[in-house]
Design a protein around this ligand. Structure first.
Ligand SMILES: Nc1nc2c(c(=O)[nH]1)N[C@H]1C(S)=C(S)[C@@H](COP(=O)(O)OP(=O)(O)OC[C@H]3O[C@@H](n4cnc5c(=O)[nH]c(N)nc54)[C@H](O)[C@@H]3O)O[C@H]1N2
Ligand SMILES: Nc1nc2c(c(=O)[nH]1)N[C@H]1C(S)=C(S)[C@@H](COP(=O)(O)OP(=O)(O)OC[C@H]3O[C@@H](n4cnc5c(=O)[nH]c(N)nc54)[C@H](O)[C@@H]3O)O[C@H]1N2
Ligand code: SF4
Ligand SMILES: [Mo]
Length: 707
């Protein structure tokens, strides 16, 4: 086994020449890429002396990044050189959750972890061990490599569905694997709908292209649950009741049908079931949709006419609208619109959605799905709370990497109760002392993206890149892969996979042929080898990737073949006149999920944990701006500051950002109010589909005192 302080040899990123950035003597620039869960995976130039990094900037040669990165990453060196990074393995001292630890060696840590696992496997079998990971680092190897290890063990397979698989499922049901347009083609569209997303915050390079389109005369519309800061990109903002977008889309379809705006030739050639679909629209009048969505009928008509008459209409799909119980069905309703007008035949028309560029590589090398036992146990990551309290089939060990479930998972109060269990052996591989790490029995120190090599496979920018380490990890930090090599050796796994160094793994995966990358010419392939960002070619826009080659407006394989409006969960409560508000969560621009809070400048700029509510809702409850309020439902009660704003419509409340528990006035965060319910398809989270009641915290304290 590799012991304390021994680093596996690595060859570092080559210096970048002739990019116009002057660096001090002894420093040079190296190429890398942003590791975070953001659609762009920006290409970076990193100033370094080979020991330390000093500055990062957007790579001007990257076809999508084009020299620009967001404010969060502009001081990545502060994160990498942060004095609070976890540098050594540690073992818990005292009670769980308190955050007291003592330093131990890697040898001790690996031995303790694997001894515990071997004993648990003997007594209870491997399915009492639960790996929990998501998107701390998005690059291919460091993101996926744990899957091979835990499949080899026969541990629980985590269903990684916290983000937006309802959206993917809805698309799949209508379009198969059709990828949509390339982000750089946005400006070719003359009419852009940003549907259910905050592109300005979450997808910088799509936002830049939308600005470019506007300069060229395109009209931009935002359809949202509230008018966030990103609304400034739009010419028109349409606020919809959360979860009701399907009704809006179907009504738009009916108006377009009735005004003769359909592309009949396209429907004939490229869709199936269009006649049945068009006949199903009769009931969906603008008046019907207005009742459900809260949008005036004349606005629905004018939206439908503008969309239907545009030359190359484009829908940019966000994810928030799909994090509802009806998320996949809503996706089908919206995604039908470009088919009706034949938007795909026109450059820039159609849809822009997330695309999995990881498919350009053989991910099975590091996932080894074949090693997972037949009938093995699976657990959905949204239901961590339930899994940790399962008495029939208890989980006795949790291994967390690339994730911070104490802050990001739903049902936070129940998750924390689970993490407190003395009979749960928890290992957390982390960069900082997160709320989850505080509950660990053993913490392992993780390295950062400039300290290991990998393959960059963005889910929005479609521009892949091979990166090498720029500097060595500080202290005893190790990458996910290097950690799994140690764990595999100590578990006695002798498969060839574990003999590969990180560098060899990068070469093996990128060296394997793949039909997508084979379409590159020699220059592209060479650029990839040199570490530049290289665009993956898209199929012809009319090459629909379904079995029949047609868009399935009516999908007979489904129990509900026809797209239809189905209410979400929260509407059942908010429609009851009992004072319920629909609770929507949204991203914060200064942070990315729970990441970036280590940078004080960003944390301070983001401000305290607020709940955004409408002035009428506030007044009805005697709440004033910045009052401390209590939000509750059947899961928990959480304290926030009231941010009273007309950005939010009456009946909706919005909590932006992921806050750590120390920053919350009452300890718990909004995730304590989010349920573990799953979506209609895709087993996805329904993080935007919850209801709460709110009142002044003082009133809450009084009623507790009285009661
Ligand atoms: N700065 C920053 N960037 C990020 C992130 C971040 O946290 N911060 N998160 C990253 C991640 S993990 C992801 S998945 C991506 C995408 O990030 P997402 O979290 O999916 O964000 P959006 O796509 O902007 O979608 C969220 C928006 O959906 C809206 N919404 C919610 N419900 C409804 C509804 O029923 N109808 C409509 N029309 N709108 C609704 C919310 O009001 C919110 O503004 O961004 C990534 N980038
Ligand atoms: N309230 C609320 N909850 C949310 C969301 C929201 O917007 N609001 N967003 C939801 C969405 S869309 C998503 S995708 C999920 C995201 O959920 P997570 O993927 O858990 O997101 P992060 O909060 O970014 O946590 C990632 C953790 O991985 C660690 N990490 C980074 N790099 C490495 C590495 O190389 N190795 C290891 N071992 N660890 C590393 C980071 O330090 C960080 O603590 O959260 C969901 N939950
Ligand atoms: S925009 Fe996204 S990918 Fe680019 S630097 Fe910022 S977080 Fe990273
Ligand atoms: Mo996400």
């Amino acid at each position: 086994m590799t012991g304390t302080g021994i680093n596996i040899s690595i060859s570092k990123a080559r210096p970048v020449r002739d990019c116009g950035w002057e660096v001090p003597y002894g420093h040079y620039l190296a190429r890398s890429a942003c590791p975070y869960d953001c659609p762009d995976a920006c290409g970076l130039l990193v100033e370094t002396d080979g020991q330390k990094i000093y500055k990062v900037s957007g790579d001007p040669q990257h076809p999508v990044t084009d020299g620009f990165i967001c404010r969060k990453m502009s001081r990545y060196e502060d994160t990498v050189n942060h004095k609070e990074r976890i540098l050594y393995p540690m073992k818990r001292l005292g009670k769980k959750g308190r955050g007291n630890f003592m330093r131990i060696s890697w040898d001790e840590a690996i031995k303790e972890i694997t001894d515990r696992w071997k004993a648990l496997i003997l007594s209870h079998g491997p399915s009492c061990i639960l790996p929990y990971s998501y998107s701390g680092v998005e690059h291919l190897i460091q993101n996926k490599c744990g899957e091979a290890f835990f499949n080899r063990m026969g541990a629980v397979r985590l269903i990684r569905a916290i983000c937006s698989p309802a959206k993917s499922a809805g698309f799949e049901q209508m379009y198969g694997q059709t990828p949509g347009i390339f982000i750089n083609d946005i400006p070719k569209s003359d009419y852009i709908i940003m549907w259910g997303g905050n592109i300005k915050t979450t997808w910088l390079h799509a936002a830049r292209k939308i600005v470019e389109a506007k300069k060229g005369g395109s009209r931009v519309v935002l359809i949202e649950a509230y008018a966030h800061d990103g609304a400034s990109l739009a010419d028109e903002v349409i606020i919809v009741r959360p979860g009701s977008d399907g009704a809006l889309a179907l009504s738009m379809a009916r108006v377009m049908r009735d005004y003769g705006l359909l592309d009949k030739a396209f429907l004939e050639s490229y869709t199936s079931g269009h006649e049945a679909f068009l006949n199903s629209l009769d009931a969906y009048t603008p008046q019907w949709a207005a009742e459900i969505t809260g949008i005036a009928p004349c606005v629905i008509v004018s939206l439908a006419l503008s969309y239907g008459r545009a030359l190359a209409p484009l829908i940019v799909f966000g994810s928030g609208y799909s994090r509802h119980g009806n998320g996949a069905m809503t996706t089908r309703c919206i995604a039908a619109l470009p088919a009706l007008v034949g938007a795909f035949s026109k450059p820039g028309g159609g849809y822009l959605a997330h695309i999995n560029s990881g498919q350009a590589f053989n991910r099975n090398i590091i996932k080894q799905p074949g090693w997972f036992p037949e009938n093995g146990r699976t657990i959905n990551m949204n239901q961590l709370a339930k899994a940790l309290s399962d008495k029939a089939q208890p989980i006795y060990s949790l291994y967390v990497y690339n994730s911070n479930p104490a802050n990001v998972a739903p049902a936070q109060r129940q998750v924390l109760e689970g993490l407190l269990r003395e009979d749960l052996f928890t290992v957390v591989h982390e960069r900082f002392m997160t709320d989850t790490a505080k509950y660990a029995d053993i913490i392992l120190p993780a390295d950062m993206s400039v300290e290991h090599g990998d393959i960059v496979t963005p889910y929005g920018a479609l521009c892949v890149q091979k990166i090498a380490p720029v500097v060595s990890p500080p202290g005893e930090c190790k990458s996910n892969w290097d950690t799994f090599i140690l764990l595999a050796a100590a578990m006695g796994y002798d498969d060839d996979l574990w003999k590969l160094t990180n560098e060899q793994l990068v070469e093996k995966i990128s060296g394997e042929k793949n039909p997508w990358r084979e379409q590159w010419d020699q220059a592209h392939a060479q650029a990839f080898e040199e570490g530049l960002g290289v665009v993956l070619p898209l199929p012809d826009a009319l090459d629909f990737k379904t079995e029949s080659g047609k868009i399935l407006l009516y999908n007979e394989r489904l129990e509900e073949p026809m797209p239809a409006y189905r209410p979400n969960y929260s509407q059942r409560l908010t429609g009851s006149n009992e004072g319920w508000l629909a609770l929507v969560i949204a991203p914060a621009k200064e942070t990315l999920n729970s990441t970036f809070t280590e940078q004080n400048r960003l944390k301070t700029k983001r401000g305290p944990a607020c709940l955004k509510i409408n002035p009428t809702d506030a007044k009805e409850r005697g709440i004033r701006h910045m009052d401390l309020i209590e939000a509750s439902n059947d899961l928990a009660s959480v304290l926030f500051y009231a941010l009273v704003t007309r950005q939010v419509p009456k009946g909706t409340a919005v909590a932006e950002g992921v806050y750590d528990m120390e920053s919350m006035p009452g300890g718990l965060s909004v995730n304590a109010l989010l349920s573990s319910r799953l979506s209609d398809f895709g087993e996805a989270s329904t993080l935007c589909d919850n209801a709460i009641k709110i009142r002044l915290a003082a009133a809450a304290a009084q009623s507790c005192g009285n009661g």
